[in-house]
Structures are given as C-alpha cells and as structure tokens.
Design a protein around this ligand. Structure first.
Ligand code: SAM
Length: 213
C-alpha cells in the first residue's frame, strides 16, 4: 500500500489525543464485558491505535489487533512495546481476516462499520462470525439510531464530525444511519444482540452478540 492510500495515516499521530478522553470509557466497559468471558485470546478488528486491546490486556487477555492502516498499526505497536507480552498487532483487511475458523473466543469491532461502504459491512461481520468460536462473544460498538428528540438533535454534531472526515466517509455514515444504524445492521445479518448499552448521550451503542453454539 502506498502512503497516500493510507486513509488514517495522517490522523494516526493525533488520533488518541483527540479521542481517548471520549472513547476510553467505552473501551473500559467493553473490556469489562469481555473480562467476564472465559476467553484467553481476543481479536479487535479495525483496532486503530490499539487502545481497546490495552483494556483486554489489562484484564489478563491476550489481545490481537488488526487494522488496514500502517499509520495506525505503527501507533499500536508503540503500545505493544510499552505493555509487552499480551498484545500483538498486524496489518490486514477486515474483509479477509487472516485467521482460521473459530480462532478466538471473542472478537470485537469499534466505530468502524459505519464508515464502510454498504457491501463491506456484512462481509466484515461474516468474517468476525467465522473466526469466533461457537458460543463465543462478538462485541460491536457503533452509532445507534436516535430514539428521542434530544438524541436526534445531538446527532447533528456527529453528522458534522462525519462530514469533516470526507465525502465518502460521510456518504457511508449517512447510508448506515438511514438503514437503522447498528440495530438495523445487526438485524439484517441475523445477529441478535443479547445486551445493548446506550452511551455517549445515547448515540453510541455497545452491543453484545453470542455466536450460536
Ligand atoms: C474510526 S477508526 C476506529 C479505530 C478504533 N477501533 C477505535 O475505536 O478507536 C476506523 C479504523 O478502521 C480501519 N480500517 C478501515 N478499513 C479497514 C479494513 N478494510 N480492514 C481493517 N481495518 C480497516 C482504519 O484504518 C481505522 O483505524
């Protein structure tokens, strides 16, 4: 991949400074949910700078993070150097996960599906189902459809941020929301949430799905 093709390469150095204050509480909560599983090895797809993996490692899990962006993977590798042992990061495509079937007891993805083209979202979820063991857990964090007037009003702020991220990014986000956000996507994939927590003023959900045994 050429540097110019790395969509997240330019933002990677400032990504954590800009987002960790808001996203770390969600990461901690997902980390605690995963900590209740018997999982040893956990996969985080589209892992970005690797901070979700950090929360898995803190609860004694071995975390593998995968991302398409070299810039993000390089930042994640710095985390790996600091916290050693329990984390590994690799560059790869979420649509073709380089792992055999049922390799992980848990797989997660955060704030990545909404920005993907419509045809890519089901592919990624299908890959996560494939690499997660029967009876294992899949965690998805992403935008929910607003349920109240206040949430609809606040979602204008999200729209503005998504617009700043670029034309394609915004078009994919708009399509994702039109199709019912996270609930709509999971329902179309036949993935039943057994738990969904509304966070960040009700705009973002932490959804937990059990892979059928
Ligand atoms: C908004 S960031 C979210 C990062 C991280 N999950 C978080 O919550 O901070 C989306 C991430 O998806 C990655 N990504 C985009 N397309 C991908 C693909 N096809 N395979 C793997 N990662 C991808 C980007 O490089 C980026 O790091």
């Amino acid at each position: 991949m050429r540097l110019a093709d790395d969509e997240y390469g330019a933002v990677a150095p400032i990504y954590d400074a800009a987002t960790a204050w808001a996203l770390d509480p969600l990461r901690r909560e997902l980390g605690e949910a995963v900590g209740r599983e018997r999982a040893v090895k956990v996969l985080d797809v589209c892992c970005g700078t690797g901070r979700q993996c950090l929360f898995y490692a803190k609860t004694g899990r071995d975390a593998v993070g995968l991302d398409l962006s070299w810039g993000m993977i390089r930042r994640a590798a710095r985390l790996e150097n600091i916290h050693a042992a329990r984390m590994a990061f690799l560059r790869g495509d979420a649509c073709r996960l380089p792992f055999p079937d049922a390799s992980f007891i848990v797989s997660t993805i955060a704030l990545a599906l909404h920005e993907k083209p419509p045809g890519m979202r089901p592919l990624i979820l299908a890959e996560m189902l494939r690499v997660t063991a029967p009876g294992g857990l899949i965690g998805v964090v992403d935008y929910l459809s607003p349920k109240t007037g206040a949430q609809s009003a606040l979602s204008w702020g999200v729209k503005a941020v998504e617009r700043l991220a670029g034309r394609d990014h915004h078009a994919h986000y708009a399509d994702y929301m039109r199709q019912g956000g996270l609930e709509g996507l999971l329902e179309r994939q036949g993935m039943r949430m057994f738990d969904v927590r509304r966070r960040m003023f009700g705009l973002i959900g932490i959804a937990l799905i059990r892979r059928p045994a």
